[in-house]
Write a protein of this length. Sequence first.
Length: 244
Amino acid sequence: MTETGIYLYRKVDAQKPAAWENSGKQTFLAKQPGHQWFTDVTSLVPLVPFEVCGPGWAVQQDVLEFEGTYEWPKNLLYPEPFPGNPKLKASQHQELEEVMTVPECASTPTPTPTPEPANPPPTSTPTPTPTDTPSQKPTPTPTDTPSRPPAGAVTPTPAATPSETPAGSVTPPGSNSTTPAPGSTPPAPGTTDPGIQVAGNPSPRVPDAGLAHTGAGGTWLAAAGAAILAVGAVLVVIARRRKA
């Protein structure tokens, strides 16, 4: 039996002519009886892999002679021979476009850049939404708190009201603080009771007024007054004893 088979392959070097030495992995397409070359494989396009496009593809046709039947291998790879050792009667290589119209490879279109305007419009900035401001609580007005003296402060004691009797004045002995009634005769100086006259110094001498202007005037007057009171008291005691 004699049959002619056709294989499709991609050339190793697309710039070199189709040949067994320049063939990559070959894929079986179809076969027909006898010694007859495929001149048009357009009807075999459905069998052509989808990735086939553009230049660089080729076909190989072989005429084999064998006894009985022969199972053509699905793939051939240089330099391995046909399995089963059938007799190779003839062989040829052709560019794929010689036996069919090879589709162009779909090229990915390059996107055309969009020209930017000369004066691009200003980009509007979104206005921030104001957030709610927490209400401020009124600060309570402090009430007037009576001031307290600091710890350890001394409270001044009101000064004693001075007596109306001028400093340095002498109260005659035997006199009292009772004011005589109108029309009555005041007791004579130097007596303690009516009708009793104190011997000695019935008219005590008042210290010279000029001493009041000295630094020791007040002290001298106080001492003189005390002495007069002591003498007056002694005279009163003596007079009472004599009367008794």
